[in-house]
Ligand binder design. Structure first.
Ligand code: UDP
Length: 321
């Protein structure tokens, strides 16, 4: 069984990944900057195979010790939420650059790495669905939203060079809008936002005209995808989309949530300039092609949007009582 290190382990996807790794009899070190009294996501992990280390990926000596001690390394540490990225572009970039720099300096060929990249790297591409081999077009540097995509993309380039030059086994997964229980609403993501509005009985907020589209992947599907990539050596050195290809406009998503959970709710359209800081730019459409990951691993997403929304709603409701 492997010794696993998960950076960003106290976060939403990290905590689901860790539960699964422990179930599969691996030992896990979660490395995260979250203080001990904010570890709500890890509340049930009192296993002797689990350890929490509080710290930053910028703390070279601590991070290098943890890297040296691990067989499998999952790099999930990141700044979350479009608004926080715009407000903290330097910290956003530093987390990616620091963690990948330490990996490049420290890791050996007997270890294996999963890097959590993002569908944000597809930026302004008009293609649909988005395939991993597309040329990428990001927005202008004056718009801070792109700091996230840019730093994730730089990390992809560095890690893929590490694979080519030093034969380090690694895979890159580009996540598309992952949702599920314990997703923190404070980061402003649309699903937890609308669901918590539905629970409170207040209007559902749709930004812009609501025609922008996304597709939402349940976190348990996302964790399955990560593990299938890590457990399959033919995937090494590749970039793979992880998501669900059930595309929906945000206006229709709000409608769906209203119909499923609270039919008397109002839907309120809000212009971007009233809710987003300067430096915001909308991504109009984003749906993944999942052919590549399916071809390499056989994985495909199983959980439909309605089912994912009901799961998120029930957990949120139980925790807000
Ligand atoms: N959005 C919305 N209402 C909200 C939160 C977000 O209409 O309360 C929109 C947002 O403008 C975007 C989409 O929902 O078009 C997805 O936003 P999110 O921040 O979840 O993810 P991302 O933009 O990174 O895909």
């Amino acid at each position: 069984m492997a010794k696993c290190l998960v950076t960003g382990g106290a976060g939403f996807i990290g905590s689901h990944l860790i539960s699964r790794l422990l179930c599969d009899d691996h030992s896990v070190v979660a490395f995260d900057h979250a203080p001990l009294d904010k570890l709500n996501n890890l509340f049930n992990l009192n296993s002797s195979s689990f350890k929490y280390v509080r710290g930053s990926v910028s703390d070279s000596s601590l991070f290098r010790d943890l890297i040296n001690d691990a067989d499998h390394i999952y790099l999930l540490a990141a700044t979350l939420g479009v608004r926080r990225v715009i407000e903290k572009p330097i910290a956003t970039a530093n987390i990616q650059v620091d963690q990948v720099r330490e990996i490049c300096a420290t890791v050996c060929a007997h270890q294996k790495i999963f890097y959590a990249s993002t569908s944000e790297v597809y930026g302004k591409s008009n293609a649909s669905p988005l395939t991993e081999d597309l040329p990428l077009v990001l927005g202008e540097p004056g718009k801070a939203r792109w700091a996230y995509a840019c730093s994730k993309l730089l990390s992809e380039y560095l890690l893929l060079s590490l694979y080519r030059d030093k034969n380090i086994p690694l895979v890159v997964g580009r996540f598309f809008n992952v949702v599920g229980p314990r997703q923190n609403q404070a980061y402003g993501a649309v699903v937890p936002n609308l669901l918590s509005q539905a629970i409170k009985g207040i209007p559902l907020t749709v930004f812009g005209d609501g025609t922008q589209t996304r597709s939402f992947c349940h976190v348990s599907d996302a964790v399955d995808a990560m593990l299938s990539l890590m457990n399959n050596d033919s995937c090494n050195g590749g970039v793979y989309n992880i998501g669900n290809d059930e595309e929906i406009s945000i206006g229709d998503l709000a409608d769906k949530i209203r119909n499923l959970f609270n039919p008397i709710l109002e839907i309120k359209m809000i212009p971007y300039e009233d809710v987003m800081p300067l430096g915001f730019e909308e991504i109009l459409h984003r749906v993944p092609s999942l052919n590549k990951i399916k071809r390499y691993t056989g994985w495909s997403s199983k959980i439909k949007l309605d089912e994912a929304l009901i799961d998120c709603f029930m957990t949120l409701k139980n925790t807000s009582i």
